[in-house]
Design a protein around this ligand. Structure first.
Ligand code: ADP
Ligand code: SF4
Ligand code: MG
Length: 369
């Protein structure tokens, strides 16, 4: 974790949507769409770790893949170092592939079982025509050491390694081209709890050594706490809260975040006993027909009529903390008033509205509590 709060944005996500068509019948006509990512705006600053959290199916991987342009956004823009990359074709994307890499969740599925480790880690170098066979081998052996494996592992196959070691191989492959941005998509979710912290420490060390910027995806708030500078919370395709990390744990504003937080174990037994565990009722609704208004309303214990009718905008509640809720928690009257005033200065034109702020938010209406 670097805590470079003033860093320039490396990635800017502006009003990004990613819908997947559902086709049926002989003619494969589009009958519906999965609203996997639905109008998301935020930025990732150079050198920071931005944690991205939300239940399974809320669109985290889709957003991560859209950012590194493994997927093309349905609408909106992704800027990398100020350059719009949302519409680049394959050839134009090629040099960018070096700058942005993904570490995948499942270390079993993400490595080709028929390839030797040396070939897996070296393949990005080969594809990009970097060095000759000998220099690539040397580089791969260095990478193996960097991620805490041995250069002698070069000729082994993935099945000869444990889950944690395989994930290290995945990390080495991601680092081969010296990227600036690494999207780590649930990099420890498939690992035993006992080795999760080793992997987190490795990622932290690598960030310092190679000045990496991380988008760190996880499905709960426990894992990202100690690695993130800021945390973004997603619910059913929407960004619902974005905050400096510690601030989020001290002062959750959106009820969904409050519920996620209530499930995070805390070491203090007294505090733990006093804390209410909020059980979310019902399943996550379908992203094909998301609920009206606030998408969280069918499961929210603070829900009122307005929540069903009007989508709450993402607004700043002080200290770089944004949340989308009609009845924000842990917000004093003065801060709420400031947020309400800022809505009166809501940009008028679409261009102005799309302009990203440092926090990724826009000024929007905040209805009264
Ligand atoms: N290629 C695809 N085609 C159709 N639907 C998809 C595709 N990829 C993801 N989805 C759907 O988009 C939603 C978001 O998925 P995903 O981004 O994988 O969520 P998460 O990573 O948060 O678990 C889910 O409903 C998922 O089923
Ligand atoms: S807007 Fe309403 S339904 Fe949505 S989180 Fe806030 S209180 Fe709950
Ligand atoms: Mg995922």
């Amino acid at each position: 974790m670097r805590a470079l709060n003033g860093g320039d944005p490396l990635v800017e996500v502006r009003n990004v949507k990613k819908y997947f068509p559902i086709r049926k019948g002989l003619l494969q006509r589009e009958v519906a769409r999965v609203h996997a990512v639905d109008d998301v705006t935020f930025s990732v600053r150079e050198g920071e770790t931005l944690g991205l959290v939300g239940e399974s199916g809320c669109g985290k991987s889709t957003l991560g893949r859209t950012i590194v342009r493994l997927l093309e956004p349905t609408a909106g823009h992704v800027l990398f170092q100020g350059r719009d990359i949302s519409k680049l074709d394959r050839g134009e994307l090629r040099p960018l592939r070096r700058e942005m890499q993904i570490v995948f969740q499942d270390p079993y599925a993400s490595l080709n079982p028929r390839k030797r480790v040396g070939s897996i880690i070296g393949s990005p170098l080969k594809i990009h025509g970097i060095g000759d066979k000998k220099s690539r081998q040397k580089r791969v052996q260095e990478l193996l050491e960097t991620v805490g494996l041995s250069p002698e592992h070069y000729n082994r196959y993935p099945h000869e390694f444990s889950g944690g070691q395989r994930q290290r191989i995945g990390v080495a492959r991601a680092l081969a081209l010296q990227p600036k941005l690494v999207v780590a998509d649930e990099p420890v979710s498939a690992l035993d709890v006992s080795i999760q912290s080793q992997m987190l420490n490795l990622l932290d060390d690598l960030q310092t050594e190679f000045q990496l910027t991380y988008l760190f995806i996880a499905h709960d708030l426990g894992v990202v706490r100690h690695v993130s500078d800021r945390i973004a919370v997603m619910y059913l395709g929407k960004l619902v809260e974005l905050s400096p990390a510690e601030e989020l744990y001290q002062r959750p504003i959106m009820p969904y975040t409050e519920a996620l937080l209530s499930a995070v174990p805390i070491p203090d037994p007294d505090l733990s006993a006093r804390r209410e565990r909020i059980v979310l009722e019902g399943d996550v609704p379908s992203p094909i027909n998301p609920p009206s208004g606030c998408r969280f309303h069918p499961r929210c214990r603070y829900m009122t009529d307005i929540c069903v009718q009007v989508e709450p905008p993402l607004v700043e509640h002080g200290k770089g903390h944004l949340a989308a809720c009609h009845h924000p928690l842990n917000v004093d009257a003065e801060t709420l008033e400031r947020a309400t005033v800022s809505r009166r200065h809501t940009p008028e034109t679409a261009d102005e509205r799309a302009k990203p702020t440092d926090t990724g938010g826009e000024s929007h209406p905040v209805p009264e509590r």
